[in-house]
Design a protein around this ligand. Structure first.
Ligand code: 5RP
Length: 218
């Protein structure tokens, strides 16, 4: 099965885990767009929906849902999102779509994080996918030098401005054995807004659509 079919299978399964009337948090990316499509078809109604990017907000509105401000609603009961990589501890790399800061905020505010993936996102060691880091624009070079000191290879994502008006540095060449430690060290660098390593805000449940179309929940 191709990746789009697998994303749809994982999204459909996630819908089954979601009750009507809850406050729902929604992430960003192509898997999440499949989820929003399935949400529209499900006919479910929610107390409130909050989401992590303008692209998701536009898709939700187009699907007939109202999107609320996180400050104005109860803590989301469930947050649904995907990731770029996930290890067996359910720690993740996120931010391929540059929405990592808002994704992490909603994940932190939510009671449960359901991560929906196709099998290709599962890895033994995080780091093959470059780690996105959102930075204040004027701090880009400074943060880049600090990343080099930590053994990473920073590459500025030139064509990208985040929904928060900031820039993204993608860090290559990291074999991440201790995600929590690296996340903490990166967060300490002045000018870093958020780090695409999700070790504290890791997934509660993962729904994996396997290559043969079957579902694994873990
Ligand atoms: C966006 C993200 C996405 O969850 C991640 O990039 C996966 O995207 P996709 O579903 O398109 O594979 O973190 O910032």
């Amino acid at each position: 099965m191709n990746k789009d079919e697998l994303k749809k299978i994982a999204a459909k399964e996630a819908i089954l885990q979601i009750e009507d009337g809850i406050t729902l948090g929604i992430g960003s990316g192509s898997t999440v767009l499949c989820f929003i499509e399935e949400l529209k078809n499900s006919g479910k109604k929610f107390q409130d929906i909050v989401c992590a990017s303008q692209i998701s907000a536009d898709a939700l509105k187009k699907a007939g849902f109202q999107v609320s401000d996180l400050n104005a609603v109860n803590p989301p009961d469930i947050y649904v999102d995907s990731c770029d990589e996930i290890n067996s501890l359910k720690e993740m790399i996120k931010g391929g779509g540059a929405a990592l800061t808002r994704e992490k905020i909603i994940a932190a505010a939510s009671k449960k994080f359901i991560c929906i993936i196709d099998e290709s996102k599962k890895v033994q060691t995080l780091g093959k996918f470059a780690v996105p880091i959102e930075v204040i624009p004027m701090a880009r070079s400074y943060v880049g030098r600090k990343i080099v000191e930590l053994g990473g290879e920073p590459v500025w994502r030139r064509d990208c401005v985040t929904d928060n008006g900031n820039w993204i540095i993608d860090v290559h060449n990291w074999q991440i054995e201790n995600a929590e430690k690296l996340e903490r060290e990166l967060k300490m660098i002045v000018g870093v807004v958020e780090v695409g390593i999700f070790s504290a805000q890791k997934a509660s449940v993962v729904i994996t659509a396997k290559n043969d179309g079957s579902i694994e929940k873990w």
